[in-house]
Design a protein around this ligand. Structure first.
Ligand code: GAP
Length: 525
């Protein structure tokens, strides 16, 4: 069941992301590219903090996992063996006049009047140029039929222009129109109103050609998941790491899918990153490890600041699971646009390694030294999306509350309540006044003291309240202010102390400069 949506909140988040440099549309100055996004200065920090924490928890803090970084381009044989070339597709329907595609399961029912137009162009030479296939468009309830007639005329004009040179077309006529009422039908394109074709599978992999020729012999694909390079490198990594079952191989990297309907900001993109672990085990361990990894992954999300109440575990029903999987969970999050998948945790059995063993002719078996048996390991796969998690982090962090302005009057404050662990900038350092040299010098000293430990930002411009607000809006958890007490002007006992401000409570405490690195590191971890 889907949680309620909040489109206004989502609009504010998208606008903040652009305004403060988290996420921009790719190729924006050329009109953008649908399904592709660029991360700006703050977005890239957030993304790196997320990936680094995933790597720390999944690789560095464990004895049983090693990492790898595979290539995006792989031999086409990989995608044949994995089944992606044959079956990695969504069922699509196509608008019969704009050829715009839509996922067959995402067509909402519509009502109105169906218009079937026939048309003809009269070339100057007196011959006739009729368009044999009628153009079928739904005039939805509330729409004026003239707008549908205009579309039909434009559409026939385009067809005529393709058949005849523009100066050959004398007149263009709609020869006739037939209408019939339509109630709750899913046969029309939700945006164009055009009649939809029957559903057809549409492969989601991007084709590319490797080498000098552009033909079948050089065809391969941009990888649609990182997992396959882990399976293909399984034997090499087993040998060099000398791990015993159960053990895992982790990877973070780009994946590409020609999604038919990229939407919800970065949620469904055509280029995205995955954080995947393939955890190899004995067949009898599979189901237990599936439960184990589901719990580990839930803990991970809580540890980066996502509240447990907004996370949900969906047990993927038998009929929707890949045929080779013995169990799959989706970890979902309540985004403002509804409850959607963040990560899949799947028990994939020995399917992938068996497929590659069969297709490559190379043994991918594991030799058990205790039992002296050889077998193909099974695998449990937690597979998370970097971009989706970044989006969830921003959605979770976004808040509006009240804070006093310069004159003490309450005003609305936008604040990103990121967990300090993943916040792009950890601490901002401010001299109270920028035209007081001793304050500026001390603040810069503090920046130098903290920089080797964590990412800090120095800001001297504008009133101090404004500076706090700017940092609140990008989620900086701590602010250090150098004031006259720091210089010991009022009370020598306060020399070399600063105020440390907490973003969420807005409370300030007085701490010694020399203690700052330890205090901050303890709170950031
Ligand atoms: N190796 C298994 C696999 O790729 P998946 O459920 O297709 O499984 C795993 O993808 C995760 O990758 C998803 O849970 C999601 O977080 C992310 N992902 C998949 N398609 C995506 C897309 N078009 N845009 C952004 N993230 C995507």
């Amino acid at each position: 069941m889907s949680a309620s949506t909040d489109s206004q909140r989502m609009e504010k988040i998208v606008s903040l992301c652009k305004r403060r440099g988290f996420i921009f549309q790719s190729s924006e100055i050329y009109g953008g590219l649908n399904g592709a996004w660029d991360y700006g200065p703050l977005g890239v920090e957030l993304k790196r903090n997320l990936k680094n924490y995933w790597w720390r928890v999944m690789v560095h803090e464990r004895d049983d996992v090693v990492g790898m970084d595979g290539s995006i381009l792989m031999n086409r044989a990989v995608w044949k063996a994995s089944g992606h070339e044959g079956t990695f597709s969504d069922l699509m329907r196509e608008c019969t006049y704009t050829h715009k595609r839509v996922r067959a399961d995402q067509v909402l029912p519509q009502s109105g009047t169906e218009f079937s137009f026939s048309g003809a162009a009269s070339p100057r030479d007196g011959t006739k140029c009729e368009f044999p296939i009628p153009l079928v468009i739904l005039c939805r309830k509330g729409e004026h039929p003239d707008s549908v007639r205009r579309i039909a005329r434009e559409c026939f004009a385009t067809i005529a222009a393709r058949k005849l040179a523009p100066d050959e077309v004398k007149t263009l006529k709609l020869l006739g129109e037939q209408t019939r009422p339509i109630e709750n039908s899913t046969d029309y394109h939700p945006e164009t109103g055009g009649l939809l074709s029957e559903p057809r599978p549409f492969n989601l992999m991007f084709k590319t050609y490797v080498g000098a020729t552009e033909d079948e012999s050089s065809l391969t694909y941009l990888r649609p998941e990182t997992a396959q390079s882990i399976f293909v490198e399984f034997k090499n990594i087993l040998e060099v790491s000398r791990k015993k079952l159960p053990f895992g191989i982790a990877q973070i990297g780009k994946a590409f899918r020609n999604e038919i309907n990229p939407r919800n900001f970065t949620f469904r993109s055509r280029e995205f990153e995955q954080m995947e672990l393939e955890y190899f085990c004995r067949p009898e361990q599979g189901m237990k490890l599936l439960e184990y990894w589901k719990e580990e992954r839930l803990k991970f999300y809580e540890n980066i600041g996502i509240s447990r109440s907004k996370l949900h575990v969906l047990t993927v029903p038998d009929e929707e699971r890949a045929f080779y999987s013995k169990g799959t969970y989706d970890i979902e999050y309540d985004f403002p646009f509804g409850r959607q998948e963040l990560e899949g945790v799947a028990y994939r059995t020995d399917y992938d390694l068996s497929q590659h063993q069969k297709a490559s002719g190379k043994s991918l078996e594991y030799f058990d030294e205790e039992t002296k048996q050889k077998f193909i390991p099974h695998v449990v796969e937690p597979s998370a999306g970097v971009d989706r998690t970044v989006l969830a982090l921003i959605c979770e962090a976004y808040a509006e509350d009240e804070a006093p302005d310069e004159k003490g009057k309450m005003e609305t404050r936008i604040v990103l309540r990121f967990h300090p662990r993943i916040a792009p900038i950890k601490c901002a350092v401010f001299p109270l006044l920028k035209n007081k040299e001793p304050l500026v010098a001390k603040a810069k000293e503090i920046v130098d003291l903290l920089r080797p430990h964590t990412y800090v930002f120095y800001d001297e411009s504008g009133a101090i309240g404004r500076r706090y607000r700017r940092q609140d809006e990008i989620g900086t958890p701590f602010g250090v202010t150098v004031d006259f007490e720091t210089l010991g002007e009022k009370d020598p006992a306060l020399r070399d102390t600063v105020t440390l401000r907490d973003r969420d409570s807005m409370k300030q405490e007085r701490v010694a400069i020399q203690d700052l690195p330890v205090i901050l590191l303890e709170r950031i971890v």
